[in-house]
Ligand binder design. Sequence first.
Ligand code: NI
Length: 179
Amino acid sequence: MAIKDILIWPDPELAKVSEEVETIDDEIRALAEDLLETMYAADGVGLAAPQIGIHKRMVVVDIYGSEEDRPSGEEPLVIINPKFVHKEGELTWEEGCLSVPGEVGKVTRAGKVTMTYTDLDGNEQTIEAEGLKAVALQHECDHLDGKLFVEYLSRLKRNMIKKRMLKLKAEREEEDAAA
Ligand code: NI
């Protein structure tokens, strides 16, 4: 288990389409642990494998953000090869993303979704979600197709965010060089 570096947008690695997971082996189980650990360390409610540079169709979601805040009986979701089978309604949410730190923007998505996926034990699961959970599932699954929430924003807002991210990345590179 390890906390991984999260790629910052814009990064060509974030724009790639991820591949289906063929078999659930030790590598995939280790990836699930890394994704969860990295998400919690960054105070996120979701993380997709491509955000740590692994182009596999796998995401983790925990809308409670931590074990302490999660009601008993609720588990963090480890989602492999997700597919939306139903979407309805509309919901506008102010979204953020661990690959776009410190930024938020309003995005309108389906308000209610039904999704099928494979769990870590290889079982097919169906999940119905609404509210933040529906938003998080759609946001994370977008990452698997190389899409980030900034693409739903106006060009003006997206360009402003891009400038700040490029500045942030330059600052981090300087810090790394100095370290
Ligand atoms: Ni994201």
